[in-house]
Design a binder for this molecule. Structure first.
Ligand code: M2E
Length: 261
């Protein structure tokens, strides 16, 4: 993959809501659940593309807190797929020097899946090209609540005073406290919601929505989004004089329109 000058400004952290697997399965006449199998293969080229252009962190929503309420057969299939995918991904993570991490409420997961996740994290901990974060049994509200709980425990233990509970101390206890904030959030599948993904971490993220179903999402479409991201950032990247001039302009036009009302 050659360097692309349109990617002058690159997100450091891309979060992806991989929606549309079931609809893809249905419209392609697949058996129940097979859309998730199709979705599983769509991630590899996206991860490789992100790595090749220099994105540092990619976080994907593999299984949400809310997904536990899906039909039991689908939950079971997703758990089997997760396990198979982690097994499959390990050699690839080595080949591409990618670190694998997991976020979410692990206590809800089978002990053998928990062990597999810990093993995959340990075996890739020294990989430096990129980090792939898999959110499993994750919810943004759960994340904020568990951080609050950790702070409350510190107060109880006399290690923290109430006045020191603030944005910074809370952020330090969230999942991914040690990686850059999400600067680009993508949702495929045609819904325009954040669905309790990385709520705090996406506070300033540029949002991208596409009707493309996840199994059909391609590096080409991502490249288009990255170029749009770069353009949005370039507008933010104007000099302070330009911003001052633009806002003075806004104020005078606001004043003008106010006086016309
Ligand atoms: C994923 C899991 O819907 C999910 C089925 C399994 C694969 N998948 C989508 C993931 O998100 C684990 C790894 Cl290591 C990579 C991707």
């Amino acid at each position: 993959m050659s360097a692309d000058s349109s990617l002058a400004i690159l997100p450091q952290h891309i979060a992806i809501i991989m929606d549309g697997n079931n609809r893809y399965g249905k419209t392609s006449g697949m058996a129940k659940g097979q859309g998730h199998v199709a979705g599983k293969s769509a991630l590899d080229p996206i991860v490789e593309y992100c790595r090749s252009v220099g994105v540092k962190v990619v976080t994907v929503f593999a299984f949400s807190s809310e997904n536990w309420q899906r039909p039991p057969a689908e939950v079971a299939l997703l758990m089997r797929l997760l396990e198979a995918t982690i097994h499959e991904q390990l050699p690839r993570m080595k080949q591409y020097n990618i670190r694998l991490r997991f976020i979410g409420d692990r206590s809800q997961l089978d002990a053998d899946l928990q062990a597999l996740m810990a093993d995959a994290e340990a075996k890739t901990a020294d990989h430096t090209a990129m980090t792939l974060v898999i959110a499993i049994s994750y919810g943004g509200q759960w994340d904020i609540a568990q951080a609050a709980k950790a702070l409350a425990q510190q107060v109880v233990d006399g290690q923290l005073i109430v006045d020191d509970v603030n944005e910074d101390t809370l952020a330090n206890h969230l999942e991914l406290a040690d990686v850059p904030a999400v600067d680009m959030l993508i949702r495929t599948g045609g819904e325009y919601r954040i669905s309790n993904f990385l709520l705090w971490q996406s506070a300033y993220a540029e949002l991208f929505f596409t009707n493309t179903l996840w199994p059909e999402f391609s590096p080409d479409e991502l490249a288009e989004m990255l170029s749009a991201f770069s353009q949005r950032q370039r507008r933010f990247g104007k000099t302070s004089e330009q911003i001052a001039a633009a806002s003075a302009d806004n104020i005078s036009s606001e004043t003008a329109s106010t006086s016309l009302r």
